[in-house]
Design a binder for this molecule. Structure first.
Ligand code: DGL
Length: 282
């Protein structure tokens, strides 16, 4: 289906970028955006009241994503990053069709990197049940490269473990080992971390897979694609915004204090506040 035309009137260089995820996972994408395009202002929304998305239906994830986009647009954002693989798999197409500002997801950038780095053409993808079930990584990678085999494995328990902050923990390691054992046996050389929560347990995953397997974190490529997109539209912010409460703003649908502590442990930037809002009102 056809996308909507961009409304140039709405696209201002000094406007913020909207970023969202079901919870804390999208912070791995925010961290990368800050690293690559530090002049940009960011409004983040984590749907902490309704996490996880990965076990929900396409309709539900699409409805949640549409509400969040309406919320982010109250800040006149110039673009939106769907920093959630599940929402990218289920809702991105619908969001793009309804949007007159650019919206990008994390799946295509991750697929591109994996297609580039694999040497033996055997790529593993770990993600939520929804992302694996949608086969979206396989679809994108096969468009980019022939003779590849993609092995998907849903790892649903990793999201709640990460949300609980159990990043370096024997329980997380044991669960990850069980999920990954079948991927170890089939000689993949590349593993896509197809859920934005997973880079937070990257060292555990790397230890289990061993040094021969390249771990792909789609956050890096997503931030690069975002930078290129903004540069192409002449929308990169040319001035460094003053440090302060409105340069990076964080909103959640529940448990703002807990989120704030977590965010500060990931983004070493001194995040000042996180506010809870009623997302059902959007
Ligand atoms: N971080 C999300 C993803 O990238 C969603 C995890 C979840 O809510 O299940 O898929």
């Amino acid at each position: 289906m056809k996308k909507m035309e961009l409304n140039k009137e709405l696209l201002k260089k000094d406007a913020p970028i909207g970023v969202f995820d079901s919870g804390v996972g999208g912070l791995t994408v925010v961290r990368e955006i800050i690293r690559q395009i530090p002049n940009e202002k960011i409004i983040y929304f984590g749907d902490t009241a309704r996490v996880p998305y990965g076990s929900k239906s396409r309709d539900t994830v699409t409805r949640f994503s549409e509400q969040i986009v309406r919320f982010l647009r109250t800040f006149q954002v110039k673009t939106i990053v769907v920093a959630c693989n599940t929402a990218s798999a289920y809702a991105l197409e619908a969001l793009e069709q309804e949007s007159d500002i650019p919206i990008i997801g994390v799946v295509r950038p991750g697929a591109r990197t994996a297609a580039e780095v694999t040497r033996n053409g055997r790529i593993g993808v770990i993600a939520t049940e929804a992302t694996i079930g949608s086969q979206i990584y396989s679809e994108y990678i096969k468009k980019l490269k022939q003779n590849v085999t993609i092995y998907g494995k849903a790892c649903p328990l990793l999201v709640p473990l990460v949300e609980e902050g159990l990043l370096e923990d024997p329980v997380t390691e044991e669960i990850a080992r069980r999920y990954l054992s079948e991927l170890i046996d089939i000689d993949i050389d590349t593993l896509i971390l197809g859920c934005t929560h997973y880079p937070l347990v990257r060292s555990t995953l790397g230890r289990i897979m061993g040094p021969e397997v390249t771990l792909v974190n789609p956050a890096y490529e997503t931030a690069r694609e975002l930078k290129e997109l903004l540069a192409g539209l002449d929308l990169l912010n040319s001035q460094t915004p003053a440090l302060g409460s409105n340069r990076y703003q964080f909103y959640v649908s529940d448990m703002a204090e807990k989120f704030l502590r977590f965010a500060n442990s990931i983004i070493k930037y001194g995040i000042l506040s996180a506010r809870a809002i009623n997302i059902e009102a959007y």
